[in-house]
Write a protein that binds this ligand. Structure first.
Ligand code: FAD
Ligand code: SF4
Ligand code: SF4
Length: 454
């Protein structure tokens, strides 16, 4: 079996930097079948053990190989509430595909590509049933990101009447306000949300729990358990002189203006700064997204990262695509000062680094060499990680929080407050879509056993 991995179609870099349309096209039916035929149906299922929600990969891939796409979709959907999303954004090379036995022969089976294919196929060939109302016991889910959605989906499947409270005017969390359209079309997220509505999940938008109403008030209204999936939306900054100058935007703000508010369109009510020369500081998915958005707005973009290319934490595909799009990378540089003129950004002064011993994260620590480097720019976007918003900590008695504001919860999401569960980025700090979904699902089961005993 020497057939090599089937690649998906990709928009040409020179074209795609002029638009926000999806970069990677999915498989056609014949390509999906052929790719699925590369699977060796390993008895030990190492791929499944690499998936945080345990998708039954060999069985769904077998159904794709047989051309039974709806059955393949049904198998994926048993454990994954958002397959069209995960197929597109999971860091597969470090998860399911990283464990695929075919890596030893040539290349992993394109598990993410096949998952995306079956989800897209299902969407294209079936209508979503109308929303139904449910009469079960009531559970409140706070936050409509992947953690909240997967918790809500699992609970409604178990017969509960679930209401999701979302602070923003659109549901989806980072899937709608963070990850750009060219990686994850918002139509896909909207459709996944419709599937949940059809299961009976209700959504209340523009509801900031902790401000609009408190967790205590939710219990008074008749909710018997609460799940907190409030994410980690508070950006970290560089903490260097000049950071407050005009032209510095957190990646969160920059991406929200672009993705949620469509600030780049002609009649948008929310403006965006079109920088000529943009520096993005950081090396994760958020940094790649900010850099690639800036490129599409016509900017010359440089990513500044304090370690080497090897340590870049972003998905491999995003790094490759960013480079193809003409984004420059400057490694082993850390921000030292934002250079300004009349309080407007003119550049970034950086300290040159070398790599020392490994730190607690297992990565080699960057150490300043003493040399300084200046890069000219009129816009700087720090993408240096995020922490949970402190609102709940301020307004909820009895919840326990960790050092950086993460909610303290056990393996199954139980917090220090009876009946209150939590999961996703709000507990772990910024992580991944599928880890947040896994946490939401686990917490749903813990809520189920809590309510059965109550
Ligand atoms: P979120 O998605 O952050 O959702 C939390 C929701 O809660 C938000 O909608 C928020 O408005 C709402 N909320 C907060 N407080 C309240 C409140 N008090 N009341 C009501 N609602 C509230 N992961 C990947 O796996 N692959 C990727 O390619 C990837 N790319 C990323 C790109 C960007 C730009 C960002 C920011 C993240 C990316 N991630 C990626 C990480 C991933 O998106 C997150 O780990 C995941 O979304 C966490 O899910 P969550 O449900 O815990 O939180
Ligand atoms: Fe792989 Fe993510 Fe799908 Fe799991 S959910 S099989 S990790 S793409
Ligand atoms: Fe198929 Fe790879 Fe999983 Fe083996 S490890 S069953 S080849 S997907």
């Amino acid at each position: 079996m020497t057939q090599s991995r089937h690649t998906m179609s990709v928009q040409e870099p020179s074209e795609r930097i002029k638009n926000f349309q999806e970069v990677v096209g999915g498989y056609q039916e014949n390509e999906a079948i052929s790719e699925a035929q590369r699977c060796l149906h390993c008895k030990a299922r190492p791929c499944t053990s690499g998936c945080p929600v345990g998708v039954n990969i060999p069985d769904f891939v077998k159904k794709v190989a047989e051309g039974d796409f709806e059955e393949a979709y049904r198998i994926v959907r048993e454990t994954n509430a958002l397959p069209a999303v995960c197929g597109r954004v999971c860091p597969q090379e470090r998860q399911c595909e990283g464990r695929c036995v075919r890596n030893k022969m040539d290349e992993a089976v394109s598990i993410g590509g096949l998952e995306r294919f079956v989800a897209d196929y299902h969407m294209a060939h079936s209508a979503v049933p109308a929303p139904r109302s449910v009469d079960g016991r009531r559970v409140a889910v706070v936050g409509s990101g992947p953690a909240g959605l997967s918790c809500a989906g699992e609970l409604s499947r178990l017969g509960y009447r679930v209401t999701v409270f979302e602070a923003l005017h659109l549901a989806g969390g980072v899937l709608v306000y963070g990850i750009p359209q060219f990686r994850l079309p918002k139509e896909i997220v909207r459709r996944e949300l419709e599937e949940l509505r059809s299961q009976g999940v209700e959504f209340v938008l523009n509801a900031v729990i902790g401000r609009t109403e408190t967790i205590e008030e939710l219990f008074e209204e008749g909710y018997e358990a609460v799940f907190l999936g409030t994410g980690a939306g508070l950006p970290n900054f560089m903490h260097v002189p000049g950071e407050n100058a005009r032209g510095v935007f957190s990646a969160n703000e920059y991406l929200t203006r672009i993705n949620l508010m469509k600030a780049y369109t002609e009649n948008a009510e929310t403006p965006i700064f079109f920088g000529k020369r943009v520096i993005v500081v950081g090396g994760g998915n958020v940094a790649m997204d900010a850099a690639r958005c800036a490129r599409r707005l016509g900017s010359e973009v440089t990513v500044v990262y304090r370690r080497t290319e090897e340590e870049l934490p972003a998905r491999r595909e995003e790094i490759v695509h960013a480079k193809e799009e003409g984004i420059a990378f400057r490694f082993l540089l850390g921000p030292k000062e934002v250079l300004t003129e009349n309080d407007e950004v003119r550049g970034l002064l950086c300290a040159e680094m070398r790599l020392g011993e490994q730190d607690a994260s297992g990565r080699r620590r960057p150490i300043p060499t003493g040399n300084l480097v200046t890069i000219e720019a009129d816009c700087i976007i720090p993408a240096l990680g995020t922490s949970p918003n402190p609102l709940l900590a301020r307004t909820t008695k009895g919840l326990v929080f960790q050092q950086h504001g993460e909610i303290q919860a056990d393996e199954d999401g139980r917090t220090a407050l009876e009946g209150v569960f939590a999961g996703g980025d709000a507990v772990t700090g910024a992580a991944t879509v599928i880890l947040a979904m896994g946490a939401g699902r686990k917490a749903a089961r813990a809520i189920h056993s809590f309510l059965k005993q109550k």
